[in-house]
Design a binder for this molecule. Structure first.
Ligand code: URA
Ligand code: SF4
Length: 217
């Protein structure tokens, strides 16, 4: 991946342990200074789930609630994701849930912390964690939710509308099937109920398609 936005720091690689499982990664990430995002964040938000599960879901970065609690997808986007997983009959406890970037990037407006998309350089800096997670978990299928996650999982920028729902093999992980879908927070931004319902159904269909890729092996 190119770094169009250089970061002040060298990337996460030097903090990633060479051996060990997901718990070792989780623990090591607390000390990560691979980019500047740790400075203003409360804590690292790593992942939930364990090695050996079939399905890995990748989001963008923790939000405000996640930053405060240390858990991924516990805020409004997480509730949307929970509803969609329920509708797709996928047990959240049976998936590995993580983000492309592990610290919350935000802009302060008054007292409010407003989500800000991670810069490409921050995405690149944080990618060694995702690579290590994939190596440790060895999922059969990875679902990238949104453009940021897709870029990190596939190693190249893609347009969601062009690739969503289809099975993709990322060059780096030839034995893992990947699938790109929207980010659940994109549904929260839709104002009209009908639009939101249609988008929700399409999101659920993508999650089902991912679960079917697991079953097909
Ligand atoms: N959005 C994400 O991409 N990840 C989270 O953990 C929460 C919101
Ligand atoms: Fe390290 Fe990623 Fe946090 Fe940057 S965002 S400090 S690379 S864990």
């Amino acid at each position: 991946m190119s770094t169009e936005n250089p970061v002040e720091r060298p990337g996460a690689q030097e903090w990633v342990p060479e051996h060990g499982g997901v718990d070792d990664l989780r623990h090591a990430a607390e000390a990560c200074r691979g980019c500047e995002l740790w400075k203003d964040a409360t804590q690292v938000v790593f992942s939930t789930g364990s090695a050996g599960v079939d399905l890995m879901l990748v989001g963008e970065q923790p939000g405000d609630r996640e930053d405060r609690t240390g858990e991924p997808f516990v805020g409004p986007a997480g509730r949307m994701l929970d509803d969609a997983l329920d509708a797709a009959e996928i047990d959240r406890g049976a998936v590995y849930l993580t983000n492309a970037v592990k610290h919350f990037r935000f802009e302060l407006r008054g007292k409010r912390r407003i989500h800000e998309k991670p810069a490409t350089g921050q995405l690149v800096a944080c990618r060694p964690w995702l690579e290590a997670e994939i190596a440790a978990v060895r999922p059969q299928v990875i679902v990238a939710m949104g453009a940021t996650a897709a870029r990190s999982v596939l190693g190249r920028p893609v347009k969601i509308g062009e690739v969503r729902g289809a099975e993709i093999t990322a060059e780096e992980w030839p034995d893992i099937r990947s699938l790109v879908t929207v980010h659940p927070s994109s549904l929260l931004r839709l104002r009209e109920d009908a639009d939101r319902e249609a988008a929700f159904r399409a999101f659920v269909a993508d999650l089902r398609a991912a679960a079917e890729l697991v079953d097909r092996r």
